[in-house]
Design a binder for this molecule. Structure first.
Ligand code: URQ
Ligand code: ZN
Ligand code: ZN
Length: 482
């Protein structure tokens, strides 16, 4: 039994003084004066002067991902443990089959890797190729494995990139199954051409990375994915929206009633492209991720996207590579493994830059760090809520505490932090995962293997599924009048 007392409970839609009683991994009661009901032996957290919020959900991580000739340095244990130290109590990672690799084989591999997770986890499954077996495995994944989202990379040509025909087939299949399609939206063909041109001009340093992936490349692919989803009548989720152009495509579609969701990374909200022009090439290479960090005006657009509700979730795309791995691209920026970290820092960055600066209310903070993700991926209110019957995943947040972020002290298993040197006000003092106190005033008690796989039911059994079904009953749209 765990009692979190004297705190102010902040959820997506409510702020109130309340105690929280947890038992058996679930929240049992939320209300004032529960201390009297807690048995003598109950563990107690005194949250006086602090906030009690749903544990964060990071919908975009890549623990120990084999990628670009190496493997991400963060594994499922160290990565989820780092998340717990920052208030994140669940991740949605990615199964990314190699082209021609059976989806079920890749799924089993990632499930094995994730056994060591210290916090709850789930998987989006990437469709990186197509034949009848992919069509079949998608059905098995939804019906038997609790997968309700399929990822598509429109970038990474000659690797995991898929073309419009596969997008069409896979979006259609996802819709049939009541699953949501998600995309990494960059035009991989244009990126490839720009990369070749830059290399031919002798531009091999990390500055070539952003030059080969301008915002227009992301805006075009975002719009293309949205339009294909519109033709098919399926919802679509755009991961790591980094540019104003992509947000414009999402905003337009949403304003016309299309069901499109967008995700912003903590990194894209506060780090700009000046990092790539540093004389310190190792520093610049450490920031190589896709889409790249953008000029500052894109950050303002992303914050407006979160404030307006046109972007719904925040993530990290936690995909870490150490300096020696990034050095694989010392002579050719296209060989620098793409990815940066941040799972421990996402919530404190969102709080400091969002709530402290008046961009987000505390309730909106909960929406974009937890509740919206839980709703979009159909695990609300099990996750993302503080209510009787919800999982006992909580963060006790000290709005007055300060913390200076550094690779010297962070819990990530990587030798770099894109938020290095930032001092934030507001951070987790305690994290509760499955009803257990796993982080308390700097003491991290993450347990290898304590995390559970979280099934995410298909949408067919939900209002969204009904809405989609009703749409499907409409006759096939008449050919557009020219
Ligand atoms: O593209 C992704 O999301 C993966 C491969 C992580 N790397 C990255 O640069 N974002
Ligand atoms: Zn991506
Ligand atoms: Zn990613």
């Amino acid at each position: 039994m765990l009692l979190v007392k004297n705190g102010t409970v902040v959820t997506a839609d409510q702020t109130r003084r309340a105690d929280v009683l947890c038992d058996g991994g679930l929240i049992r009661a939320v209300g004032e004066g529960l201390a009297a009901e807690a048995p003598a032996g109950a563990e107690v957290i005194d949250a006086g002067g602090q906030l009690v919020m749903p544990g964060g959900i990071d919908p975009h991580t890549h623990m120990q991902l084999p990628f670009m000739g190496t493997v991400a340095s963060e594994d499922f244990y160290t990565g989820t443990a780092a998340g717990l130290a920052g208030g994140t109590t669940m991740i949605i990672d990615f199964v990314i089959p190699a082209p021609e690799q059976p989806l079920m084989e890749a799924y089993r591999q990632w499930r094995e890797w994730a056994e060591k997770a210290a916090a709850d986890y789930s998987f989006h499954v990437a469709v990186t190729w197509w034949d009848d077996s992919v069509h079949k495995d998608m059905g098995t994944l939804v019906r038997e494995c609790g997968v309700n989202s399929f990822k598509h990379f429109m970038a990474y040509k000659n690797a995991i990139m898929v073309d419009d025909e596969i997008l069409f087939r896979s979006f259609t299949r996802a819709w049939e199954l009541g699953a949501i399609a998600t995309v990494h939206a960059e035009n991989g063909d244009v990126v490839f051409q720009l990369q070749q041109e830059l290399l031919a001009r002798g531009i091999t340093g990390p500055e070539g990375h952003p030059l080969s992936r301008p915002p227009e490349v992301e805006g075009e692919a975002t719009n293309r994915a949205i339009r294909i989803a519109q033709v098919l009548g399926v919802p679509v989720y755009i991961v790591h929206v980094s540019a104003r152009e992509s947000l414009q495509a999402i905003t337009r579609a949403r304003s016309e009633g299309q069901r499109v969701f967008g995700e912003a990374l903590a990194g894209h909200l506060v780090v700009d492209d000046s990092v790539y022009w540093s004389d310190d090439k190792e520093f610049a290479a450490a920031h190589v991720m896709s889409p790249p960090f953008r000029p500052k005006h894109h950050q303002d657009a992303l914050w407006h996207g979160l404030q307006s509700g046109n972007l719904q979730t925040t993530a990290t795309d936690h995909c870490c590579f150490c300096a020696d791995q990034k050095a694989m691209g010392r002579d050719d920026f296209t060989r620098i493994p793409n990815g940066t970290g941040g799972i421990e820092n996402r919530m404190e960055i969102l709080w400091d830059e969002g709530v402290n600066k008046g961009r987000l209310t505390m309730n909106e903070f909960v929406r974009v760090t937890s509740a919206n993700t839980a709703q979009i991926f159909n695990i609300y209110p099990r996750k993302g809520a503080i209510a009787a019957g919800s999982d006992a995943d909580l963060v006790v947040w000290d709005p007055a505490a300060t913390k200076t972020i550094s690779a010297k002290t962070h819990r990530h298993n990587v030798d770099f932090n894109i938020f290095e040197g930032r001092t934030v006000t507001g951070c987790a003092s305690h994290t509760v995962s499955g009803g257990k106190v796993v982080f308390a005033n700097g003491d991290l008690r993450a347990e290898n293997g304590a995390g559970r796989y979280v099934d995410r039911p298909s949408f067919q059994s939900t209002a969204l599924g009904d809405a989609l079904a009703r749409r499907a009953e409409r006759k096939t749209p008449a050919p557009r009048k020219r």
